[in-house]
Design a protein around this ligand. Sequence first.
Ligand SMILES: [Zn+2]
Length: 194
Amino acid sequence: MPKPIMAHLSPEVITKFWSYVNIKGPDECWLWMGKKKAKENYGIFFLKGMILYSHRVAYCISSSEDPGALNVLHDCPGGDNPQCANPGHLRKGTQLENVADMVAKNRQATGDRTGSRVHPERQAKGERVNTAVLNTDQVLEIRNAYNGGYRNMAGLGRTYGVGRGTISKIIHRENWKHITMATCTASAAGWAGT
Ligand SMILES: [Zn+2]
């Protein structure tokens, strides 16, 4: 289970947290200036021996509510920005909502040909995936979405930059058999480490 964040948010900790955030206008993205998790591009914040995603901490501080096992999702107007800590761009949601949201935005972006502008990081990921493989988190996201009732395999394929056949093999465990639900719990909890 994810560790509670709220209990550790003293005024000193909150002041320290915002000192790492480039606070701008209410509608703009507030970028994280502290450490970032390699590859994922999410900001991380060290708190009492815990390594936390900065957007989760921002959500806790602004809403006074621990997201617990739920994900904190980005909803940035200019395209989702993993480093954004503007509470107005953050909302709580399940892993399933997260993936469904990604598929919906990806489809929309493809339709009006603004994919590379709206989601440059996702575009790059798709190109890389074509020549390499999906990472563990992506495999778990795909299986979680399907097991949670999300059945749009073609949409998942577009979002993750692989074919529908690859998605089907992942779901039916013909590929990536070694990835288990044990890894999944840690990933869904949204912790950047221990
Ligand atoms: Zn933002």
